[in-house]
Design a protein around this ligand. Structure first.
Ligand code: ADP
Length: 495
């Protein structure tokens, strides 16, 4: 096998400071935090830590970029489109670098982060296309009046994003925000700030005016909290845990009633009917459960399997889980890299321990992989679960496939919906009736039929119930980054 290039294993880290008004600045307090490579547990960079006054500076820079006669506000939609397309080209130009940076910072396999870069470029191109297309209506009005609506940018938008797929999350927030003519202050997760900072440099290179995009790495309860509470922020977009999502909602209510969109995780059912090919079902179900080490809000963590294939399905899942290659994420042979952190690994092991103590059976895996320094964990298969156990209710965010047995369509719909979440769902079946019933009746923002995880820029992604509200991607995200203004004009007439 060819050796893995050094540039992929140890990418040069170029940007570690706050990006405010197109400049790199140290934190006003001088404080930094460590960025850790989860594959080795080694520190790879010291990152400037944004404190309250830095957040304030970033918001002021964004506000200035959005002022009435600013370069950004005077820009035509076509010019905005060009800039966004330019940034997509630069992202593709630096694909190898960005992918290696993401893999070093977050442990997601390089084979996937490279694809992420391409997705990010596609997302920017897609939203470049929206810059001149989201227009209002003329509305028939009672009396001698002319009425129209116009879609206006909201203003200063804050984004707080998680660590699991950092570049993708960056594009989901930044692309529709800027396409609609807003400005943004983005706080990446403290576990994975590097790609957001590098991407910011590409915005400067593409020619975006100073202050249009600002990136402020820092801790959630300091920088994130301060951004969510800031009176100068007009909208906040959040993706992360349910607990923090609630704090964001409280912050909006306690400050200036800023608009909020929140995506707060899921406990997603992936339902396998016995008419579906079992081998394919095993493969798709493990992709759903183990993808990105299970650190995905829409992972298929509750795997419901119909009783007549249940035993066979479980046996095959165990075989496949044992074959899954876990290791160096820069190696193309690795299907799974490390967990993001020691804390996350311990959290997942804690869920398993408590589930086992309550009668669940760990039939494969369940342990930390000890022959490596980083935060690696075995792909894990769990059976003998009840719907009421903690592990069936809470987001585990680890490589854990939880398998449940069901008999009938009605039963599985009820059990699938027995959760406070409603982000995604999957169904594997060749029966049209099953497809339609699941697609219609399972309460989820996204339903995958005979597949799991495919995404495209034009789709809508987001949840119902406690998974949150608002949508990323597609036209729906464009709506979430604009306000509707209605104008009514008196016109000459009979009245
Ligand atoms: P995860 O479970 O994915 O770590 P979190 O909800 O903890 O999700 O974190 C998601 C994002 O929210 C991160 O950028 C984190 O720094 C930020 N965050 C954490 N706590 C707060 C808070 N109190 N206020 C605002 N943002 C926060």
């Amino acid at each position: 096998m060819d050796a893995i290039p050094e540039a992929i294993q140890n990418p040069d880290i170029k940007y570690t400071k706050l990006f405010i008004a197109n400049e790199w600045r140290a934190s006003s307090s001088g404080s930094t935090f460590a960025s850790i490579n989860p594959s080795t547990a080694d520190k790879i960079a010291d990152i400037s830590e944004a404190k309250e006054s830095d957040v304030d500076d970033a918001v002021k820079a964004a506000k200035a970029a959005f002022s009435r006669n600013s370069e950004w506000r005077r820009m035509t939609p076509s010019e905005r489109c060009k800039l966004m397309s330019e940034v997509a080209d630069l992202i593709e130009r630096d694909a190898q670098y960005l992918a290696s940076l993401e893999t070093a910072d977050n442990g997601r396999p390089y084979s996937l982060t490279y694809g992420d870069v391409m997705t990010v470029a596609k997302n920017f191109r897609y939203y470049a296309g929206w810059t001149d297309k989201y227009h209002g209506k003329t509305i028939p009005f009672n009396g001698d009046y002319f009425c129209y609506t116009v879609h206006k940018p909201i203003g200063v938008c804050g984004a707080i994003i998680p660590w699991n797929v950092p570049m993708i999350m960056f594009s989901w927030k930044v692309a529709p925000c800027l396409a609609m003519g807003n400005v943004m202050v983005l706080k990446p997760a403290e576990q994975s700030p590097l790609t957001a900072l590098y991407l910011a440099s590409l915005f400067k290179e593409a020619g975006f005016p100073a202050g249009v995009l600002n990136v402020i790495p820092g801790y959630g309860n300091v920088a994130g909290r301060s951004l969510a509470h800031h009176d100068g922020v007009d909208k906040i977009a959040f993706t992360g845990s349910n607990t923090v999502g609630r704090l964001i909602l409280e912050a909006a209510a306690a400050s200036n009633c800023k608009r909020v969109t929140v995506e707060m995780g899921g406990k997603n059912p992936n339902i396998v009917f016995s008419d579906f090919d079992v081998d394919r079902a095993v493969k798709l179900s493990q992709t759903a459960a183990f993808g990105n080490s299970g650190q995905v809000c829409c992972s298929g963590s509750r795997n419901f399997v119909q009783d007549d294939i249940y035993e066979q399905f479980v046996r095959k899942c165990i075989e496949e889980a044992k074959k899954r290659t876990v290791g160096d994420p820069t190696d193309f042979k690795s299907a799974q890299g490390p967990m993001i952190s020691e804390q996350q690994l311990q959290r997942v092991l804690g869920f398993l321990e408590r589930a086992a103590a309550n009668g669940a059976k760990i039939v494969s895996g369940g342990n930390r992989i000890r022959d490596r320094d980083g935060y690696f964990m075995e792909p894990t298969v769990v059976t003998e679960l009840t719907d009421e156990m903690e592990i069936s209710k809470e987001e585990v965010f680890g490589p854990v496939q939880q398998i449940y047995k069901f008999k009938t369509l009605d039963e599985v719909i009820e059990r699938a919906n027995n959760t406070r979440f409603g982000l995604a769902a999957g169904v594997l079946t060749n029966d049209f009736n099953n497809v339609m019933e699941i697609a219609n009746e399972v309460n989820a923002g996204v339903v995958w039929v005979n597949c799991y995880y495919p995404m495209s820029p034009g789709m809508a992604f987001g949840g119902v119930k406690e998974s949150g509200f608002g949508r990323d991607l597609g036209e729906y995200a464009v709506q979430n980054y604009s306000d509707v203004k209605t104008v009514i004009m008196k016109v000459p007439g009979r009245h």
